[in-house]
Design a protein around this ligand. Structure first.
Ligand code: ADP
Length: 258
């Protein structure tokens, strides 16, 4: 951890959509060189978590700093300085992969942009689709274009929301290896997913969330508590318990109303 300030710092951060609490107040810090993962079932609040940290949503309360920038006051500045791969988002439908990557390269002021674009088209095996409009690509191909647009500028801090959902196992592995190497070379990654396997294979620190609450957080090894339990056992135990708690609470509320 050292003396370096955290790259991501949220204090007492919470989010409500109307009356619905999507994220209860939480604190999080991610330090330079970490591979941090947030895991939880569908609807747990993972995308909300990432959107708050990346300036895409304003919190209902709390403070958020990313790369030392106030993400509530200056969301555009945060977005300009990080990489984001949002969940199930697609590149613009009427651009080809080459056009979209050239646009990103220009925006990100990338040197040798033409050669870089060619490199990533090739890396993702999109040579035959280089001039196909993105609307005519498969979901997996569109996801490759989105990942290429993040990888091309090698962001110091990269946020990924369910990054491998539509990739085949070969590209999952290829991307996983690239991300691990990126962190080895000084990058920092914040990822969220419901695929626990990613935690074991990539993350050094993680949080498990459900119903907007952090159920556990720590190093991957720490969460397993050095026991025989697998991470999946820990996850199911924690998430199962939180579902039981909610059911008990609902039952109690119903009894009180009677
Ligand atoms: P996850 O990414 O873990 O699947 P989300 O953060 O997308 O979860 O959603 C958390 C909860 O907040 C879900 O119950 C979802 O229905 C709700 N939610 C998300 N976005 C909105 C919104 N814009 N308006 C109302 N409710 C929302």
């Amino acid at each position: 951890m050292g003396d370096n300030p955290p790259l991501v710092k949220a204090v007492d951060m919470a989010k409500k959509y109307g009356d619905f609490i999507a994220l209860y107040p939480l604190n999080v810090e991610v330090n330079s060189g970490e591979f941090f993962g947030v895991f939880g079932p569908n609807g747990a609040g993972k995308s909300t978590f990432i959107k708050l940290l990346t300036g895409q949503l304003k919190p209902s309360k709390g403070q958020i700093e990313v790369l030392g920038i106030n993400a509530i006051k200056s969301p555009q500045k945060v977005k300009a300085n990080i990489g984001i791969v949002p969940e199930s988002e697609s590149p613009p439908s009427y651009l080809t992969p080459v056009e979209f990557l050239q646009f990103v390269a220009k925006l990100r002021d990338i040197e040798n942009s033409e050669a870089e674009v060619e490199y990533w088209i090739d890396w993702f095996g999109l040579e035959d689709k280089r001039h196909t409009m993105c609307k005519d690509l498969s979901k997996g191909q569109r996801q490759k274009v989105m990942l290429a647009s993040a990888f091309i500028h090698k962001p110091k801090l990269l946020f990924l929301d369910e990054p491998f959902a539509n990739l085949d196992p070969i590209y999952q592995r290829k991307c996983r290896e690239w991300l691990i190497e990126h962190v080895r070379n000084g990058g920092t990654i914040f990822l969220c997913s419901h695929v626990l396997e990613m935690a074991e294979r990539m993350c050094n620190r993680m949080a498990i969330i459900n119903d907007g609450k952090v159920l556990a957080a720590g190093t991957v090894r720490g969460l397993k508590n050095n026991s025989e339990e697998t991470l999946e056992d820990v996850f199911i135990r924690l998430v199962g318990k939180s579902i039981e708690d909610v059911e008990k609470q609902l039952e109690q509320e119903a009894n009180e109303e009677e």
